[in-house]
Design a protein around this ligand. Structure first.
Ligand code: C2E
Ligand code: MG
Ligand code: MG
Ligand code: MG
Length: 296
């Protein structure tokens, strides 16, 4: 039974303890937006939403998965993006709570979509501290089993930077998740955070090529070679590849030519509330057909 929002006392205590020191260390993050009051209110009244960005098979254009992305819908500041607050919540030690809340929301959505006859998979971004919890796999199984969701409908996105802190624990947690049948994905590959050495020790079945490698690679011969060799390497390791940051038809066609398995990016669809996904899917299938017609 997971407590999904913070009591006011608890939020105030956390914020008082970390806010000033965090702000001194990372002045850019705050850029006059986040105040102590904002964070307390955000946590206690749960202003965090889960949005979804579609992932599609490049071979067929078929929609089969989505990445869950956190959005803070602030009553005064409007939408605040995760790069602004995820690091803050991680440092304050409260990210696990947000993520568990998100996992419940996702499980409910997956359950609802199953009832509508649509079985998709959802990716979740996992913060480093979550991997310290060796019962993570068991807890995830409890939630998915409760909602009647197959374990392979959950994809856990992990980056290398996460493994630094307590490597033995992290690797054990990861191995347990693999054993339970959850899908593991290495995020941000090609940014310097996820490196080749990690491929050896992490049993990931999906490799996410960072958007800095993908967007516009068709007009950059060097990047094209890097992209191609990463895709071939992943294939030889039996991993699927996800090209992130597919912004144009040119990006899509290059990934297709290089044999990348999955596409994600603004061309296909931006992140959106769950309620918009089915309308998006109809629109996308039309746009996909047009794109294929124009190619031939
Ligand atoms: P990520 O996991 O690598 O997620 C992909 C990011 O790329 C998302 O940004 C997405 O909106 C953006 N993106 C997708 N397609 C395109 C494209 O075609 N062009 C461009 N320019 N960008 C694209 P977002 O939502 O701002 O998230 C940023 C990062 O914040 C994520 O990177 C992830 O590391 C982190 N994050 C987001 N939600 C969560 C969460 O719930 N928990 C944790 N721990 N981290 C999260
Ligand atoms: Mg991700
Ligand atoms: Mg990524
Ligand atoms: Mg990223």
């Amino acid at each position: 039974n997971i407590e999904q929002t913070f009591s006011r006392d608890c939020a105030e205590m956390i914020v008082d303890r970390y806010f000033d020191s965090h702000r001194k260390k990372h002045p850019d993050t705050y850029s006059n937006t986040l105040t102590r009051h904002d964070i307390i209110e955000g946590l206690t009244t749960n202003q965090f939403m889960t949005w979804y960005q579609p992932k599609v098979w490049i071979e067929t254009g078929e929609w089969f998965a989505a990445e869950a992305l956190s959005r803070w819908v602030h009553p005064d500041h409007g939408m605040i993006y995760p790069d602004q607050y995820i690091p803050v919540l991680e440092e304050m030690g409260v990210i696990d709570k947000l993520t568990w809340h998100q996992i419940h929301v996702i499980a409910e959505d997956l359950h609802r979509w199953l009832n509508l006859g649509k079985k998709i998979a959802v990716s979740i971004n996992i913060s480093p501290s979550m991997l310290d919890d060796r019962s993570l796999a068991g807890k995830l199984a409890e939630v998915t089993d409760h909602y009647g969701i197959d374990h392979d409908q959950l994809i856990l996105e992990i980056t290398e930077s996460m493994l630094m802190e307590n490597l033995a624990h992290s690797l054990e947690t990861i191995a347990r998740m693999k054993l339970k049948g959850f899908t593991l994905s290495m995020d941000d590959f090609g940014t310097g955070y996820s490196n080749l050495h990690q491929l050896e020790r992490m049993p990931c079945s999906e490799l996410k090529l960072d958007k800095s490698l993908v967007t516009g690679a068709y007009e950059n011969p060097t990047r094209k070679v890097i992209l191609e060799s990463n895709i071939q390497m992943a294939q030889k390791l039996g991993m699927k590849t996800v090209g992130e940051g597919v912004e144009t038809a040119e990006d899509w066609f290059l990934l297709e030519e290089l044999g990348c398995s999955i596409g994600q990016g603004y061309l296909i669809g931006k992140s959106m509330p769950a309620s918009d996904l089915f309308t998006w899917a109809t629109d996308w299938s039309i746009r996909y057909k047009q794109m294929m017609d124009q190619k031939s």
